[in-house]
Design a protein. Structure first.
Length: 479
């Protein structure tokens, strides 16, 4: 019964509840993001910086708390005197004492200097919090990029595997033709070379896939990761269009040309040729102008800069108010055992200590710090605008290319099938067949690369806009 309960609990866990990767597990993008957010030392660094800035606020507020001072001491003093002469005498005197004293000092008012310092530290704390949020966005973006890289590398492996199978079939068929005296030796040698080249390309593709997995593991900060698989995403769910070799062998009609390309719109063409499984290019919901507006509103780094500007303004106010004196109250108690004396005092003090020339230069520096902070905000806003613009243009262009390239994959496949049929009945030569095969193979690789580029461009745009993410973390959740 206990085992059954445990199994039921595991089955009911949400998809993003994976805490670590196990052997042969299937991991989703959200799983990888969650693991990265849990393990990232960069995010932890931002949290610790936030804790330091939060403590600085407490230090600034402590100026309003009284300062207690205590002290004790023992004084040993002995004086002796010897005089020699007609009437010689000596004299010795001891004055040892033990003292205890306690003081209490309280700031009453310093004309807003402490308040300005407290506000400055609060804005620094807010800036640290936004820097944490920006670090989270960067971490999520890196995982997405590397995750899409693995999907693209895996699709490339599948394409190269299919290419090896095609070249294996061609080699076996041409060898049979050569043995029958139907084809020349050069066709057989070319088939052998093409088969060897396809195997080399497959090895390279498998190596690229392994490297992509290493890069993904690195972005999740996990070492010695076991072998595991990753799930496709809604926008990267490739179903590589593979040739049915048996169907190709049965194909006798070589007179039918490819279907004309018409209405190559975004969704209908992709669904029609079935290159992707359950793949839908959802139209990006924002115009360029709205994307820029949301970026200015959401970007945590822009908010951090704004908080830094306010901190600099409060720092300038603090410097200016150092011209004013401080009003403090003090109380003290003392005891001296030499004469068994006790003392108690109360006082209100008005004090100021100021180097006027130094303070003038500090004020000038503070004004420049404010201008510098404002200039950084203006510069970042311009950079954000062009960052969003560049990502938006790239995404839209790639969005338009994908259905056209998908149609091209279908066309080159049909062309390859026709060339294969012509070669089988002796109407075409080996060069025509190889050209058709290379075109088909290249079309598939270009299609996969474009889908990868589209996903990268879209993720880049979402990051530039700082859009809410499905999986994220807060500063309280970081260990």
């Amino acid at each position: 019964m206990k085992k059954l309960i445990i199994i039921l609990m595991l089955l009911t866990l949400p998809a993003f509840a994976i805490e670590e990767i196990t052997v042969d597990s299937v991991v989703s993008l959200n799983d990888c993001i969650k693991i990265a957010l849990q393990n990232s030392p960069v995010i932890k660094r931002f949290k610790y910086n936030y804790g330091v800035s939060k403590s600085n606020v407490g230090v600034a507020k402590s100026a309003y708390f009284p300062t207690l001072g205590v002290g004790t001491g023992y004084t040993w003093n002995e004086t002796s005197s010897n005089r020699r002469g007609f009437n010689s005498f000596s004299n010795s005197y001891s004055a040892n004492s033990y003292t205890v004293q306690a003081t209490l000092n309280q700031l009453i008012w310093n004309f807003g200097k402490t308040n300005a310092n407290i506000r400055m530290q609060k804005f620094n704390m807010i800036s640290s919090l936004f820097e944490f949020d920006n670090g989270v966005l960067d971490t999520i973006f890196q995982v997405k990029m590397n995750y899409y890289g693995v999907l693209a590398a895996k699709a490339a492996v599948d394409i190269n595997k299919a290419n090896v199978q095609i070249n294996e079939r061609n080699y076996q068929r041409i060898k049979a033709y050569f043995d029958e005296g139907i084809r020349s030796k050069i066709d057989l040698v070319n088939a052998e070379v093409n088969l060897s080249d396809s195997k080399v390309l497959l090895v390279d593709a498998e190596k690229a896939y392994k490297n992509a997995m290493v890069t993904l593991n690195n972005s999740m900060y996990i070492a010695f990761a076991p072998d595991y698989e990753i799930e496709p995403t809604e926008t990267f769910n490739l179903n590589t269009y593979k040739i049915d070799l048996e169907e190709l062998d049965r194909k006798n009609d070589i007179s039918t040309p490819p279907e004309p390309v018409s209405d190559a719109v975004l969704m209908s063409s992709v669904e029609k040729i079935d290159v992707l499984t359950d793949y839908k290019f959802e139209e990006f919901p924002y115009t360029f102008e709205k994307a820029v507006e949301l970026a200015y509103k959401n970007r945590p780094d822009l908010k951090a800069y704004d908080a830094t500007l306010k901190a600099m303004q409060e720092n300038l106010l603090y410097i200016k108010r150092e011209y004013y004196p401080e009003i403090t109250a003090s109380a003290g108690y003392g005891y001296r055992d030499m004469n068994s004396t006790n003392s108690f005092n109360l006082g209100v003090n008005l004090s100021s200590s100021l180097n006027i020339l130094s303070k003038k230069h500090e004020i000038d520096s503070g004004k420049l710090q404010v201008k510098l902070a404002q200039n950084e905000i203006d510069l970042l806003k311009q950079n954000v605008y062009f960052e969003v613009q560049n990502a938006y243009v790239n995404m839209i262009e790639l969005e338009r290319q994908i259905p056209l390239l998908a149609v091209k994959v279908k066309q080159t496949l049909e062309n390859f099938e026709l060339a294969d049929g012509r070669y089988a009945v002796g109407l075409g030569d080996f060069i025509e067949l190889q050209d058709a095969k290379v075109q088909y193979n290249n079309a598939q690789h270009n299609y996969v690369q474009t889908v990868y580029n589209y996903n990268v461009a879209r993720a880049t745009l979402e990051k530039a806009m700082a859009l809410p993410q499905q999986v994220t973390t807060t500063i309280e959740e970081v260990n």
